[in-house]
Structures are given as C-alpha cells and as structure tokens.
Design a protein around this ligand. Structure first.
Ligand code: FPP
Length: 241
C-alpha cells in the first residue's frame, strides 16, 4: 500500500482522554506529545514525505491562561527534548503560523529547529503553531496587494501558484489526506486553501490513543476513495475529456 505523500492531522481529543480518566487536561496534552512522537516514527516507516500537525490554533488563545501556558511549555519541551532525535532521523522541521504573539524563547527555539534541520532529506514535519488559515490567507492577500501597488507583479499574473507561494506553506505540496481524531467533523480553520482536494478522514480515536493501526486505517480509507480533482472517473471519462 503506497502512502499518501502528505498527511495532515488535526490532533483532537486530549482533554476528553484526560477527563475520561479523571486526569488534568495537561496530562492529556502530554500523552498527545507522545502520540506525536509515535506518529512521526510511523509516518517515516510508512514512507510519508510530509506530515503536518495542528498543535496550537490561533483560536486556542481563548483557552484558560494556564492551559495556554501548558501548551507553550509542551512545544518548548518538545523542541528541546526531541530536536536532536528528529535531526538524527533526518527529519526536516518547519513551523507555520504567526510568530507575533510568541515569546522570544519560543521564537528562538523554532528558528533553531528549522535551521538545524533545513538540509535534512527525510520526513518533513510541519508544525502548525499559532496557526489559522484565514489569517494566513489574509496575510498573503496583503502581501500580494503591496506587490501590485509597487508594480512588482501585475494583477493578471496572480494565479493559484503565485498565491500558494505567498502562504506559510510555500514549497510544501498540498495535503492528500487530512485526518481529524476524536470524532469531530470540522476543519477548524486548518489548511483551508491547501486542503481543497484532500480526502478527509474522521476517526473516533482520541489523539493520545492514535497509533500505527489508526494511521494505517486512515490511509486504507484514503485508498478506498476515488480522487478525481473535479474531473470524471475513469475509464468512462478521462480527466482531460
Ligand atoms: C486538541 O485537544 C489538541 C490541542 C488543542 C493541542 C494539540 C497539542 C498536542 C498534541 C500536544 C502539544 C504538541 C506540541 C508539539 C505543542 P483538546 O484539548 O481540544 O481536546 P478536547 O476537545 O477533548 O478538549
């Protein structure tokens, strides 16, 4: 079974996992980080080239300040604790999202992770942190408007490719498969532009329980779907007809 090239995951259900066990939400997020480590290894084993994970959305600032602090702490811990291992495994790390509200130490760690792993040729791990798709699209529109105002580019030259290149994900292929755990069936402002043709798979598994079998099941469901990119199914009608 060939793996999709790019898998993106909305890691949901940490809080419910913890609540079901009478544990604090932080414990659910900690187990979430373990599930992330596991998934990076499994994705590598399965030959996935790009793995994008939604770690903190721009809407997550609305959570209680203690939980926001915990999530920031977990990102720091993840980079400090796992960066050497990721680098040894040839993983290239990219972080998408706004860095504006992030503390200087987190910004520094993100830059360190990206710089250290820049030339690695293994799995690309894209961490969406303080990420929101609409804000990303608005920022791209702003940048293009400025380029048009300064006559750097003509309006008629703005196309899909030019626009894609203005997004945080420039240079990263669109996701083939978007998985959301915990039974929720929404995109929640995640990769709205990039997921235009992605297959969406929703699994009831809570993120801390997400394992290789769950990843393989999602990939099997992806393979059972027929991707037509707006064309007709073959052989009755070829894509070009
Ligand atoms: C959703 O669970 C998950 C998040 C908001 C954060 C995802 C974060 C991790 C997996 C750990 C952090 C990893 C890094 C790299 C920072 P939820 O809290 O919304 O769960 P619930 O819907 O059950 O309450």
């Amino acid at each position: 079974m060939t793996a999709p090239r790019h898998v993106a995951i909305i890691m949901d259900g940490n809080g419910r996992w913890a609540a079901a066990r009478g544990l604090p939400r932080l414990e659910g997020h900690r187990r979430g980080v373990e599930a992330l480590r596991r998934t990076v290894r499994n994705a590598t084993d399965l030959g996935i080239e790009f793995l994008t994970v939604y770690s903190f959305s721009s809407e997550n600032w609305r959570r209680p300040v203690e939980e926001v602090t915990d999530l920031m702490g977990l990102l720091k811990l993840f980079i400090r604790h796992d960066l050497a291992d990721l680098h040894r495994s040839h993983v290239r790390v990219r972080v998408i999202g706004s860095r504006e509200r992030l503390s200087a130490d987190i910004r520094g760690l993100i830059e360190e992770a990206e710089t250290l792993t820049r030339d690695n040729a293994g799995l690309t791990l894209v961490v969406a942190f303080n990420y929101g798709s609409r804000a990303e699209i608005v920022e791209a529109a702003r940048r293009l408007a400025a380029d048009i105002a300064s006559a750097t580019i003509a309006p008629q030259d703005v196309d899909d490719a030019v626009f894609s290149n203005c997004l945080d994900t420039a240079g990263i292929p669109d996701p083939d498969l978007v998985i959301r755990t915990s039974g929720e069936q929404r995109l929640s402002n995640f990769l709205l532009w990039q997921a235009a043709y992605a297959e969406l798979v929703f699994t009831p598994v809570l993120w801390p329980d997400f394992d290789k079998a769950a990843l393989e099941a999602a990939i099997a469901e992806y393979h059972s779907r027929e991707r037509r990119f707006g064309g007709l199914s073959s052989p009755a009608g070829a894509l070009s007809s």
